[in-house]
Design a protein around this ligand. Structure first.
Ligand code: BGC
Length: 380
């Protein structure tokens, strides 16, 4: 009787002891990542059962690290970025961040909506012609978002929330934005973008991850093979603003309907490549129905890493990292030379508020902005 009593007591004691230490154990999936203007920001880790790991900071909702296996199972960080928050604040060319209120360019930073002209910051000047880029001087990439982990229907997730005030960066209306990242055990990152507004406003949200499937810092991406499921694109002028035309890609170096190495035709004598200094264009995806379908694939045959991009969006900006110039030093201490990363930014077309025949980017009160993009990794 006595022995039984003591066995019971010691079992209870052991449980209490374990529970005590469990509670005290710091949550290793959230770490401080420094301060921005005196406010703490954090690094949140999502990891799946294959060891795929994402580290995301609530400063700009930025993907800081993204570890995926190669064909030997070795994990490599396939996104460009920095080790410190200071570098992100001081010099990031939009590495890994969320972009808003409007992804890509708006000509001269001006648009007319319901007979009123809105003037936005002209924070970019390709070819010496000023325009508005990626939401302005302090876009969503430079804002601190509220963040919390969620158990999503597809996997563990991070939910980010930000309210962009009426008049912020010149845009009308209070815009309530939620972006959710979910990492699945099929090595998919699902990004859901949601927004509502109290006044009509343009909205075009995306993520600006720069990928190098060899691993960041491991040279350029010119031998990566890219396919884009798009028969048309929106050509630009010398200021990288869409002319309004929608042109077939067939017979041009912008035709990626069959796989091509990114570097194969990048230096060809073609006006669009001259204006973009390489690829920096919006492709009109064959999917215009708003369903989630495949938009692009990329393979790096040295590591075998294979990336598939799915989206509900009608467009994708393929940017071949032409403005990287070797001056930025990345996470592994190596510099990022020209074309050492590429972006596949799912989106509505640039400058849509000034082109009424492009799919509309205007969100009205009572409507819900809802788009999904999925990046999936496997090996070949
Ligand atoms: C644009 C580029 C720009 C880059 C900024 C891309 O989305 O298309 O023209 O230079 O973002 O890093």
């Amino acid at each position: 009787m006595k022995i039984k009593f003591w066995i019971l007591m010691s079992t209870i004691f052991a449980f209490l002891l374990i529970a005590f230490f469990q509670c005290r154990k710091p949550d290793s999936s959230v770490k401080p990542f420094g301060q921005v203007n005196g406010q703490e920001v954090y690094l949140y880790t999502l990891e799946n059962e294959n060891g795929v790991r994402l580290e995301i900071t609530n400063y700009g909702g930025t993907i800081v690290r993204w570890l995926v296996p190669d064909r030997e199972g070795n994990l490599g960080d396939i996104t460009l970025g920095f080790n410190t928050i200071e570098d992100y604040v001081d010099k990031s060319p939009y590495f890994g961040c969320l972009i808003g209120r409007y992804g890509n360019r708006i000509a001269h930073g001006k648009f007319v909506l319901n007979e009123k002209t809105y003037t936005l910051a002209a924070n970019n000047e390709p070819g010496g012609i000023p325009c508005h880029l990626h939401g302005g001087i302090k876009g969503f990439d430079k804002r601190i978002w509220d963040a919390k982990f969620i158990d999503g229907e597809a996997g563990k997730g991070l939910k980010l929330h930000y309210v962009s005030k009426d008049g912020e960066e010149g845009y009308p209306g209070n815009l309530d934005v939620t972006v959710t990242y979910q990492l699945t055990n099929e090595n998919k990152l699902i990004i859901d973008y949601n927004a509502t507004t109290d006044q009509p406003t343009p909205v075009n949200l995306t993520n600006h991850a720069y990928f190098n499937l060899k691993g960041e810092g491991n040279g350029n991406i010119l031998d990566h093979e890219l396919t884009i499921f798009a028969d048309y694109m929106t050509p630009v002028d010398e200021g990288l603003i869409p002319t309004g035309e929608i042109l077939p890609v067939a017979g041009t170096p912008l035709d990626f309907t069959e796989p091509h190495e990114i570097g194969e035709r990048i230096n060809m004598d073609h006006e669009q490549l001259k204006f973009g200094l390489g690829y920096d264009h919006n492709w009109v995806l064959n999917n215009q129905a708003g369903e989630l379908i495949m938009a692009a694939t990329v393979i790096d045959s040295t590591t075998g890493r294979f990336m598939e991009v799915f989206t509900t969006e009608p467009g994708i900006q393929f940017y071949s990292g032409n403005f990287l110039d070797g001056n930025l030093i990345g996470k592994s201490g190596k510099s990022y030379p020209i074309r050492s990363g590429f972006c596949l930014e799912t989106q509505h077309y640039p400058d849509s508020p000034n082109h009424p025949h492009f799919p509309s980017t205007i969100l009205n009160p009572g409507e819900v902005y809802q788009t999904r993009t999925v990046y999936q990794f496997s090996v070949k």
